[in-house]
Design a binder for this molecule. Structure first.
Ligand code: PMP
Length: 463
């Protein structure tokens, strides 16, 4: 039985609240879980359950809950100046301070930032800026942006078009013209349709998968391609960690055809992979970086695009860029971001992920590979994923109808762990401040959930 407060809130929630990516009839039949409080890597719901947040909220609460420095930065800025815009030759102090700090922590080609309030808006900005760049350079026909199937770049019209989620494209006639997709570097998925590739090594597959970019460039016409966009590690697509050979080959191809490279760092940025930005782990030198989420640890919405010198130099040549948001450079959001980044620096958090907690998570999480349900348990810094297989010995995947991800996610919740399901993959992206003991706890709870899932599947004669 749920308590009366939960019941009342669930009723109101179902009556009035349209949630993101939600089947509302289904939600109404179950009732939402209502989260009320957070501390460190844990959150609590209205039923008093303590839950280890293995997903950092939505890949964003990198510093964990309850960081008073961030709260104080927001309070202070709210008191002094809650809002002023950056249009019409004005600026605000926190936006300037953050821009300089971002120039310091990002790779050397980045010295300028354009602010937004989310990852989606940032990718919309980049799409417009890329086209403006080629326009000023006198190559107006370079409009096409190449992206990847099963990539995620947001939910706005441009963001969802850049993304390669078929379920999103089916709703609302997407993608918009000028955006085309190539196959993702997910070996297991690609082999389903191309069994002839099954004997390739990881490294060989990485080079092959990057080669699909070159094929697409030649198909579209090299003089018509403006940019390529990708996440260093695909997050929402199921934590697809590409082979080491993939990104360097993508960079080589972009350079060969003079195509701009956009690294969508909304998840991988701000230390997630054990470097400040994912492109540093992958060995690329992008022209743009999309960021959001981790810049403020999700305490307040902020996003943006880092723009490289090569692009800025061109934009400066030709008057206004007719684009911007009311909340571009919002002073409170920028003040929180400055406090967040300074706290990360004070704690030396990026190095800790790279040299301490990242390797610790690797050995703990990858030990799940011995479970009868599990294959490919793999981490990169503080993000990890595994695939559940119906018959591990014969590499047989589950059918979609088996709903294995949803079953496992349910058991995770029941055991006090947030783990996200993407089809038959289970993924985590815990707060970067997680301790060794909390990693042990996370993996112990994940194993319990996998055991319970296995038992369910056996009872239903699915395995
Ligand atoms: N890009 C990537 C890589 C993302 O993971 C996300 C969100 N999960 C977005 C863009 C969109 O960000 P937002 O939800 O803040 O619009």
């Amino acid at each position: 039985m749920i308590n009366t407060k939960t019941a009342a809130l669930q009723k109101l929630d179902s009556a009035h609240y349209l949630h993101p990516f939600t089947d509302h009839k289904d939600l109404a039949s179950k009732g939402a879980r209502i989260i009320t409080r957070g501390e460190g890597v844990y959150v609590w719901d209205t039923e008093g359950n303590k839950i280890l947040d293995g997903m950092s909220g939505l890949w964003c609460v990198n510093m964990g809950y309850g960081q008073t420095e961030l709260v104080e930065a927001a309070t202070q800025q709210m008191t002094v100046l809650p809002f002023y815009n950056s249009f019409f030759n004005t600026s605000v102090e926190p936006a300037i301070e953050l821009a300089a700090l971002l120039a310091e922590i990002t790779p050397p080609q980045f010295n300028h930032v354009f602010y937004s309030s989310s990852g989606s808006e940032s990718n919309d900005t980049i799409l417009r800026m890329v086209r403006r760049y080629w326009d000023i350079k006198g190559e107006k026909q370079r409009k096409t942006i190449i992206s990847r199937k099963n990539g995620y770049h947001g939910s706005t019209v441009a963001g969802a078009s850049l993304g390669g989620m078929t379920g999103m494209h089916e709703q609302g006639d997407l993608p918009i013209p000028g955006i085309v997709h190539i196959e993702q570097p997910y070996f297991r998925e690609v082999v389903k349709d191309h069994p002839e590739l099954k004997d390739l090594s990881e490294d060989e597959f990485g080079v092959l998968a990057a080669g699909w970019l070159e094929e697409k460039i030649l198909e579209v016409g090299a003089d018509k391609v403006a940019a390529f966009i990708g996440e260093p590690v695909q997050g929402a697509g199921g934590v697809i960690i590409p082979p080491k050979t993939y990104w360097p080959e993508i960079q080589r191809i972009c350079d060969k055809y003079g195509i701009l490279l956009i690294s969508d760092e909304v998840i991988c940025g701000f230390g997630r992979l054990g470097t400040w930005f994912g492109c540093e782990t992958m060995g690329t030198k992008p022209d743009f970086m999309t960021f959001a989420k981790g810049v403020t640890s999700g305490y307040i919405p902020l996003g943006g695009a880092m723009v490289s010198d090569r692009v800025v130099d061109v934009l400066y040549q030709d008057g206004d860029f007719n684009h911007g948001y009311t909340y571009s450079g919002h002073p409170v959001a920028c003040a929180v971001a400055v406090a967040n980044i300074k706290l990360m620096q004070k704690l030396d958090l990026v190095n800790r992920v790279k040299n301490d907690t990242g390797p610790y998570l690797k050995q703990a999480f990858e030990s799940l590979n011995d479970h009868p349900l599990v294959a490919d348990a793999k981490t990169e810094g503080m993000v990890a994923g595994l695939v559940m297989l119906k018959d591990k010995a014969n590499n047989t995947p589950f059918d979609d109808d088996d709903n294995v991800g949803m079953i496992c996610r349910g058991h995770c919740f029941d055991n006090g762990l947030v783990m996200r399901a993407v089809g038959d993959r289970m993924i985590i992206a815990p707060p970067l401040v997680i301790s060794h003991a909390e990693i042990d706890e996370l993996v112990r709870l994940a194993r319990l959930a996998l055991d319970a899932t296995w038992a369910d599947l056996k009872a239903k004669n699915i395995v």
